[in-house]
Design a protein around this ligand. Structure first.
Ligand SMILES: Nc1nc2c(ncn2[C@@H]2O[C@H](COP(=O)(O)OP(=O)(O)OP(=O)(O)O)[C@@H](O)[C@H]2O)c(=O)[nH]1
Ligand SMILES: [Mg+2]
Length: 685
């Protein structure tokens, strides 16, 4: 493919709710433009963009896939993104490197949860949008209902530029309201030249054409005046005004069709060329203006064989192969070898990429998603990529003993590829925790560990990181005395424990007067106490929220040592702790679930039984309600399964840590007994 001027490039992220036909739509566009010779399908695992084995087995996109085609002398870069919220890292990153989004909407379901969320995201990023309503050949599909939903729930500036001819199984084609021509269902072949509008939809087409013209002229005062005076405007004027309105985000054209039959693709491609601004018209990052090329890495593929591939968008200048750049995060030099032009999994070598283009590069030393590559090391502030926090985590162990290191290394590789996959060791429980955005997100990671890296693992429910604290002031003495043969050991201290506000932190206050404990031994008391606090006497959890006053003590000029005072400190703490009314604390999470209206009662009832506290409800998208609540972490470790069954898979949720709170008495009692039993068992074995 020849190099294109920046003004002839269009970058489009294809986004939408899960299963709305994005991958099929990308396939249709590639086919119609001649970038591929056959129309592949998701069902037969033959699409260009869902090339990954895991995607094909699950018949869903799991990662962003970059493709390109040529249409009307323009290069269109298409980034097909996953609709499932578990895999939104790539979707969110992709939206950062394009001028426009193509929003796929299911013609049966209309606006769905993820449609609304992505729309808001596009609003925040100021992206131009084109909507495409799919599935019009399916039973109960209704383009006009979907259009109404778009207008009432997303924006009243959504306007139809195409309407269907016929419906459901009798769908025959679509009308292009802009040129007032029709495209008949090509049945999976290439769409050919448009034909006259069939009589059966002529009146309806005229009606919607008028709405389109009205909406467009409303965005242009001069045009509006002429329209009111003369009663009509020329096709060219209308085209120019529509283009301006779409680029300015004042109108969102709504097209429609059936990607799996390649119906509606021609009109859509025209619309992308016309409506989505080129990188020249809408510079992405003002911060990199000026000297030299700059590229932003928005995706990283960790291939166990080919190594790391970084996918980037050129923000300024031209990036050429065999040149050298600086990573602004590491300040390290990176040598660019061969540059790659991506078409799904295939790549072709490229000499360079101009400003605004999207390309890839293999084998950089230390470059990850979110990094900026510059011609020289200079300070540039880019808005960092931000990703959602994991909502669920599992304790993960290798099936084969001794595979721990291999597992950790493989997980690090996967996390490079997907920053929302997190691996961390829980200091308190010692477990390796794998965190993700959904059940299926974590399952896919486990599959990949096995298939790509040959590590088989097991997932367990993670332990809840309980804490302990005190509710009362108390005082105790710790006295350690030992006489064994030669030199003895002696340490003696008196301490007072006080609860700290908010159950947080630790303070050590030295109140010794007159040197009853020499200065040099006092830090040892502190150390002994802090060590004792790592495993509280109640349930073996760390103790927090305590102020310790060291008030008195005594020493022996020969037998005292740091060791002796450390032990004395620990003894004093343990005995004071028992008297200070200790209590267990548990993590409380804020939960936001979005569920179908008819399941709200069941979901709330279930949350109630999990000790949840409801904080509010509000409508969210068509027929959906957002529920906000606070729930103890221990009650939502496996919430994903419950929510799926309560909502028939239509609900989703996010969790975030809020604060620690006291565990209610009867539950605390059970936990304390369990911990006691565990400790006894550990001692016995
Ligand atoms: N009948 C019909 N089926 C369609 C249409 N568009 C897509 N499909 C089918 O719907 C299913 C989902 O399509 P995909 O293209 O994978 O949807 P997607 O939006 O990429 O899905 P995710 O990537 O998982 O979010 C596949 O089985 C497609 O063959 C359509 O217009 N009509
Ligand atoms: Mg897909």
């Amino acid at each position: 493919m020849p190099a294109f001027e920046p003004s002839k490039i269009r970058n489009v992220a294809v986004v939408g709710h899960r299963g709305t036909g994005k991958t099929s739509l990308v396939e249709a566009m590639l086919f119609q433009a001649g970038a591929t010779n056959r129309l592949g399908s998701v069902e037969a695992s033959t699409t260009i963009s869902d090339w990954d084995e895991d995607e094909q087995r699950r018949q869903m996109s799991l990662a962003a896939s970059v493709c390109h085609l040529e249409w009307q002398g323009r290069k269109i870069n298409l980034v097909d993104t996953p609709g499932d919220p578990g895999f939104q890292a790539d979707t969110l990153a992709s939206l950062r490197v394009v001028e426009g989004a193509l929003m796929a909407v299911n013609g049966v379901n209309g606006v769905e949860v993820q449609t609304t969320r992505l729309w808001e995201r596009c609003d925040n990023l100021g992206l131009c949008r084109v909507v495409f309503v799919t599935m019009l050949d399916r039973e109960r599909a209704d383009f006009f209902a979907a259009l109404e939903g778009l207008r009432s729930q997303l924006s009243d500036r959504c306007v139809a530029v195409q309407i269907p001819i016929g419906h459901e199984h009798e769908l025959k084609g679509i009308v292009d309201l802009f040129h007032m021509r029709a495209y008949l269902d090509p049945g999976g072949e290439r769409e050919s030249k448009p034909v006259d509008i069939p009589e059966e939809v002529a009146a309806q087409a005229a009606e919607y054409r008028e709405q389109l013209v009205d909406s467009v002229v409303e965005t242009d005062e001069a045009l509006m005046e002429r329209y009111l005076e003369e009663g009509e405007v020329s096709g060219e004027e209308l085209a120019a005004a529509l283009k301006n309105a779409v680029v300015a985000g004042e109108l969102f054209p709504v097209a429609c069709g059936v990607p799996t039959k390649n119906l509606g693709t021609t009109g859509l491609l025209d619309l992308l060329v016309e409506g989505i601004p080129s990188p020249v018209k809408k510079p992405l990052e003002a911060a990199v203006d000026g000297a030299g090329p700059a590229a932003f890495v928005f995706k990283t593929v960790a291939d166990p064989f080919a190594g790391r591939i970084n996918v980037f968008r050129v923000l300024a200048g031209t990036l050429t192969s065999d040149s050298s750049v600086v990573n602004s995060r590491t300040h390290g030099k990176e040598r660019l070898g061969a540059l790659l032009l991506l078409q799904g999994k295939d790549h072709e070598q490229a000499d360079g990429f101009p400003e605004g283009d999207i390309g890839a590069v293999a084998k950089l030393k230390d470059t990850l998603t979110g990094d900026l590559l510059l011609s020289e090391d200079k300070p540039v502030e880019l808005q960092p990529l931000s990703f959602p926090q994991p909502v669920m985590s599992f304790a993960i162990t290798p099936k084969a003993k001794g595979d721990e290191e291999k597992m950790a290394a493989a997980l690090r590789r996967l996390a490079e590829e997907d920053p929302t996959l997190t691996l961390r060791r829980d200091e308190q429980t010692g477990e390796q925790l794998l965190g993700g955005l959904s059940q299926i997100h974590v399952e896919v990671a486990v599959d990949r560990l096995k298939r790509r890296f040959g590590v088989e693992v097991e997932l367990h429910q993670p332990r809840v990181p309980y804490l302990e604290t005190i509710r009362k002031e108390s005082r105790s003495q710790g006295r350690y005395k030992k006489q064994t043969g030669g030199r003895g050991q002696f340490g003696d201290c008196h301490i007072v424990l006080e609860p700290l506000p908010g159950h947080e932190g630790y303070e050590f206050v030295d109140k010794i007067v007159g040197g009853v404990i020499p200065q040099s031994f006092r830090p040892a008391v502190d150390k002994g106490i802090q060590e004792a606090m790592t495993t509280g006497e109640l349930a073996g959890a760390p103790v927090t929220g305590v102020r310790v006053l060291l008030v008195d003590g005594s020493y022996h000029s020969v037998d005292s040592s740091e060791m002796a005072f450390k032990i004395a400190g620990s003894m004093a703490f343990k005995s004071a702790y028992e008297k200070a009314d200790p209590v267990l604390l548990e993590p409380i999470m804020s939960l936001e679930a979005v569920v179908p209206d008819d399941t709200v009662g069941a979901v709330n009832g279930d949350l109630n039984s999990r000790r949840g506290r409801l904080h509010g409800m509000e409508p969210s998208g068509v027929g959906m309600t957002a529920i906000k609540a606070e729930v103890p972490m221990s009650e939502v470790l496996t919430y994903s399964q419950s929510l799926t069954s309560l909502t028939g898979g239509r609900g989703d949720y996010t969790l975030a840590f809020l604060r620690y709170e006291e565990v209610p008495g009867h539950i605390a009692q059970r936990l304390v007994e369990e911990a006691k039993r565990e400790r006894e068992e550990a001692r016995a074995s």
